[in-house]
Write a protein that binds this ligand. Structure first.
Ligand code: PRP
Length: 186
């Protein structure tokens, strides 16, 4: 597979638009968790840039931890069978937990994560996603905080990738003219 050129990425959400929305989300989250400490869990790799920007604007105390997950299989990233590659270091029992994801697509990864994390006994468990793509949903998931609703196109940038490329772009764009377009249009 060859790497598409950067010109193949059409801007969908500008750096400024993202910054404004992330700041709004941080303000809302900080108000909702006032007086409490939040365990912010980032799901790698896609969430890293969003999480870094979000937590720096939050005004409540935070503890940050990460999980790396991957789908089993080859072309089945939406199979819903998720493998934990790297687990959390933090115990969650009795804690207020905020799960941070870059994108909610079929919802299968999130459903697995919520089931898994609930079993660890947190006091509360909420979900914050930068992008929600409801057109692709296979299971009902209602995130507590959503940055943007996005169309059913393959998005890259600001942490999200196409074959590990484009994560570093400061904006979010749609990748046009992909080779071998399949069911994993994110
Ligand atoms: C993306 C995203 C979610 C998942 C959402 O991760 O970060 O974890 O897909 O898809 P779903 O709602 O259909 O389950 P991806 O597998 O692209 O890995 P990455 O975070 O390393 O980019």
């Amino acid at each position: 597979m060859s790497t598409p050129p950067r010109e193949a990425v059409r801007e969908l959400l500008s750096e400024k638009t993202i910054a404004r929305r992330v700041s709004e989300l941080a303000a809302r989250i900080s108000a909702d968790y006032a007086g409490r400490e939040v365990i912010v869990i980032g799901i790698l790799k896609g969430s890293w840039i969003f999480l870094a920007d979000l937590v720096r604007l939050m005004t409540v105390p935070v503890v940050i931890d990460f999980m790396t997950v991957s789908s089993y299989g080859t072309s089945t990233r939406t199979s819903g069978v998720v493998k934990i590659v790297t687990d959390l270091k933090c115990p969650l029992e009795g804690r207020d937990v905020l799960l941070v994801e870059d994108i909610l697509d079929s919802g299968l990864t999130m459903r697995y994560l919520l089931d898994n994390l609930r079993r660890r006994g947190p006091r509360s468990l909420r979900v914050c996603v930068l992008m929600d793509k409801p057109a692709r949903r296979k299971v009902e998931i209602r995130p507590d905080y959503v940055g943007f609703e996005v169309p059913d196109e393959f998005v890259v940038g600001y942490g999200t990738d196409y074959a590990e490329r484009f994560r570093h772009l400061p904006f979010i764009g749609c990748l046009e003219n992909r080779e071998g377009e399949g069911d994993d249009a994110r």
